[in-house]
Design a protein around this ligand. Sequence first.
Ligand SMILES: *Cc1c(COP(=O)(O)O)cnc(C)c1O
Length: 410
Amino acid sequence: MITRDDCQLMDEGDALAPLRASFLLQPDEIYLDGNSLGPLSVEAKQRVETTLNEEWAKGLVRSWNAAGWMDQPLSVGARLATLIGAGASDVVCADTLTFMLAKLIGGALELRPDRHVLITDAANFHSDVYIAEAIAARAGRPVEVRAIDRSTLADHLSDDVALVMLTHVDFRTGEQLDLFSITAAVHAAGALMLWDFAHSTGAVPLDVVGADVDFAAGCGYKYLNGGPGAPAYGYIAPRWQNVITNPLPGWLGHARPFDFTLDYVPALGMRSFVTSSPSILALSALDGALDVFARTSMDQLRSKSLALTDLFITLVEERLEGQFEVVTPRDHARRGSQVSLRHGESYGIIQALIARGVTGDFRDPDIARFGFAPLYLRFVDVYDAVDHLVEVMANAEYRHESFTHRNPVT
Ligand SMILES: *Cc1c(COP(=O)(O)O)cnc(C)c1O
C-alpha cells in the first residue's frame, strides 16, 4: 500500500515543485479540473494589470503600436509554438477554439476540391462536430461529414476523403491518439490532417513538424491557464501558408488594414488568419500564463504528469477495488493528462467531492473526470483526493439530495 509519507517523499524529490508557488490556489483546495479551466497565475495577473494600468490607462490608442497590441496574436503564438513543436511564425492566437476550427476546416476543404468527405470521430467534442457540419454544408460542393468509430479510420480512408479532423486526447476517456501514425495514414490517402489539441496543449509533448501535421488548433484556457474564454490558437504548416485562404476574412487579416480598401488582400503568413480586433486583455492573460511554461519543458511536465496519473490509478485500485472502472488507458503512450473513472453515480460523487474541496468534473453519462496538471499539483494532493473519494464512497455521500440536482455546468 502506498502511504501519504511515500507521496510526501515524491514531492520532496520533485524538481517542478517550486512552480506551484506561481499559482493563486486556495490553500485547502485540491484542484483536479485544470483540464477544463486552468487556475490563475501570478504572472497572468501581473501581465493583465500591466495591460490595464500602463498600456490601456496611459497608452490608450497609441498602445496598438507602442505596446505591440497589433502583433500580439503572433507574438503570443510564437511563445505557444514551442509547446507544440512548431516554428515561431507558424502559430496565431485568436478567437476561441470552435471559431478557429471553422476557419481551418473551411480553408482546408478548399485545398482538396475534388474530394467530398470530412472524417471526424463520433466520440469527438460536440462543438467540433457541429462546426464541421456547418462549414461542410457551405463548402460550395457536397461534402459529407462522417463521424466514425475512430478505430475504423483505416477503412474510411478512400481517395474521396478531403480532411480528417480528430481530437488528439479524448475529452471523456483521456485516451491519447498516435499523432505520427494517424497523420501518416491520412497523408497516404491523399487527405489533409487537422488535429484538435484542446486537451493536449501544455499537457503532453507535441511535435507538429516531426509528425508533418497540416493544421492544428487548441484551447487557451485549459492546461495553458490563459483564463476563462482565453483565445485559442491555430497552426498551419508552412507549406500551406499563403496557399490556404481564411474563409472568415476581416480587416486585421488584410495585408494593409489601414488602406481601408474594399479589395481583400490577405496578409502573408499566419496573420491572414486573424479576422478582427484581438482581445488584448485576454491575450495578455494568456501571455502571462505562458511564463511558467518557459521555466520547464514539456518532457519534464510529461514525466510528472504520468507519475501523477499512475499514482492516482494505483491508489484507486488499491483502496477502491472493484468500485470504479478506470476508463483511461494504462499504457503511457495512449494516456493524456487526465484519469476518467466510470460509475453510475458519478454526478453525485463529483458533487460530494467538490463539497469536500476536491474539484473534478462529470461528463455525461457516467464519467468522473480528474485532470492532473503537473505545474501545480503535488503527489500528496493525489493521495488526499483519493482519501476523500474513499470516504465519499464509504458513506455513500453521493446520495445526498443536494447532489442530485444538475447544475448547468457539470
Ligand atoms: C474545450 C473544447 C472545445 C471548446 O471550444 P471553445 O470554442 O473554445 O469553447 C472544443 N473542442 C474540444 C475538443 C474541446 O476540448
